[in-house]
Design a protein around this ligand. Sequence first.
Ligand SMILES: NC(=O)c1ccc[n+]([C@@H]2O[C@H](COP(=O)([O-])OP(=O)(O)OC[C@H]3O[C@@H](n4cnc5c(N)ncnc54)[C@H](OP(=O)(O)O)[C@@H]3O)[C@@H](O)[C@H]2O)c1
Length: 274
Amino acid sequence: MDFVTLNNGLKMPQLGFGVWQVENDQATIAVKKALEVGYRSIDTAMIYQNEEGVGKAIRETEISREELFITTKVWNSDQGYENTLRAYEESLSRLGLDYVDLYLIHWPTPKFDQYVDTYKAMEKLYKDGRVKAIGVCNFEIEHLERLLNECEIKPVLNQVECHPFLAQNELKDFCAKHDIFVEAWSPLQQGGEVLKNETVQSIAKKHNKTTAQVVLRWHLQNDTIVIPKSVTPSRIEENFNVFDFELSAVEMDAINKLNRNERKGPKPSEFNVR
Ligand SMILES: NC(=O)c1ccc[n+]([C@@H]2O[C@H](COP(=O)([O-])OP(=O)(O)OC[C@H]3O[C@@H](n4cnc5c(N)ncnc54)[C@H](OP(=O)(O)O)[C@@H]3O)[C@@H](O)[C@H]2O)c1
């Protein structure tokens, strides 16, 4: 397992396990399998409605809490200073934990203009030692610029949709310049067309790896944090076995060229659902 060091000094596994669209009971089974395979970082959110299931897996593992890296997120309808403080306690209670490693704003929802207040509540949680790191999801450059201007503590990362068809080059450059990691959600394009792409297939064949492993390797070598999701035990294992090969500069370049700025999810600046 490779680790990255976040801008506040905290170490985070570069490969984690996502649990969006996994029901509570299934989340317990999937997270247990992931922990058994070697994952130590788990990405959930209040809106996934599986914090309890994730918490159960954490309680039932023999792996110490210090070795785990747990992320959850404040949902759009809980934004605002007081709401965020309350939402954090509620997430902890569902998870059965006394802290999470990383607390994130799930979407900026700019129409409601509350993400600065939300982030200030997260700064309080951080300063009070209640959470190890704070960050954001789905922030475009303009939202990050506002946080950097109006808040004290830099987000450690920005979790955004990212895969070979949506490389996020401009945002990655901005984040790198400000020492903010990019964490890729839907890193496998939700198991989509990218896994059948001819270029990716030919690279996979050369390394005797699967296309999913090649795509994850591409993320890792781009210094991106990745959190692939699977409920299939063999895929949970497959997605973890990406530390025993390396893509060449030519192969990285060939995958870089697949970018077509194509999203699976909404454009964050236009997503104002609560
Ligand atoms: N912050 C946000 O707004 C946001 C938004 C979306 C996601 N996320 C986070 O990012 C995580 C990952 O994103 P995601 O779940 O959208 O998509 P993903 O990880 O790109 O893809 C998951 C899909 O790919 C399939 N899959 C997984 N491994 C595979 C493999 N080796 N070969 C073929 N297919 C494979 C899975 O199927 P099976 O499960 O059936 O095996 C599932 O359908 C989420 O779980 C969540 O934690 C965050």
